[in-house]
Design a protein around this ligand. Structure first.
Ligand SMILES: [Zn+2]
Ligand SMILES: [Zn+2]
Length: 259
């Protein structure tokens, strides 16, 4: 390894305000391959050919990550450093690793259910990071209730919600965090319905985390948990089943276990 700061990835991620922000590592400034001319000459063929340098792609990938709006708190979250402490977390981690290797545009998404503190948001942020920073996909993270606030304030400013909804509908991969954290009003359900329908129609990947239970009633672990099937309308539920593989993350709340 030549650079210990970035482990030769060429980028660094740090918290900046509320967001995780990536930038080009100092070891790539100026670019050691092209000296910032942005093209390289391949002498292995005759006559030599000029190609765009890889540093152009690096900058594009960094841009993709920075548009994802991953919260600052998760700036270190990768799939590699997800800790499989208990329950089925090791299995879930393997599932995510397989998923990212097989990912292609329009791939079926994932819906992660589980009690708070089992690392659902970490997994989703780690996956988005890989898809943006390594695979150059457009990705976006949104907390469901933050999204509702954004929509409300866009109305107050008289701007309408078109831009926000369009940007969320068009990215390759959209992650909705904390869906159904509290009971949803009819308006909140209609926002969710609209978003899911648009992504369903354009066959785009969704990643979702929720505390709502996905297993059938009567199972001891879920006695106190509200169920997804009861909290969203039938139309939303059936689309979610079509669009996502449902996974239950079982573990111990790390915020309690580390006390
Ligand atoms: Zn470096
Ligand atoms: Zn270069």
């Amino acid at each position: 390894m030549d650079c210990v700061k970035c482990a030769d990835t060429g980028y660094l991620v740090a918290p900046e305000g509320e967001m995780a922000v990536a930038r080009v590592c100092d070891c790539q400034i100026p670019c050691p391959v092209c000296d910032d001319t942005r093209f390289s000459i391949d002498y292995s063929v005759t006559p030599p050919v000029t190609r765009p340098c890889g540093c152009i792609q690096l900058r594009k990938r960094i841009e993709k990550f920075n548009e994802a709006q991953i919260p600052a708190r998760f700036h270190r979250s990768t799939l590699e450093n997800y800790e499989e402490l208990a329950g089925n977390q090791a299995k879930i981690k393997m599932h995510f690793n397989r998923y990212r290797q097989a990912y292609e545009p329009g791939a079926k998404g994932l819906l992660l259910s589980g009690i708070p503190g089992v690392g659902k948001t970490h997994l989703i942020c780690g996956l988005l990071r890989h898809l943006g920073l390594e695979l150059n996909k457009t990705v976006r993270f949104v907390d469901f209730f933050n999204l509702l606030d954004m929509l409300k304030s866009s109305w107050n400013d008289d701007k309408g919600d078109g831009d926000i909804m369009n940007s969320l509908a068009s990215v390759d991969v959209l992650a909705i965090d904390e869906m159904g954290k509290r009971p949803m009003t009819a308006w909140e359900l209609s926002v969710l319905d609209q978003l899911i329908s648009r992504r369903y129609n354009s066959r785009k990947t969704m990643l979702i985390t929720t505390n709502l239970a996905i297993e059938t009633a009567g199972q001891s672990q879920n006695v106190k948990r509200r169920r997804l099937v009861d909290e969203v309308q039938e139309r939303i539920y059936s689309r979610l089943i079509e669009m996502c593989d449902f996974l239950e993350v079982k573990g111990v709340d790390y915020r309690i276990s580390k006390q």
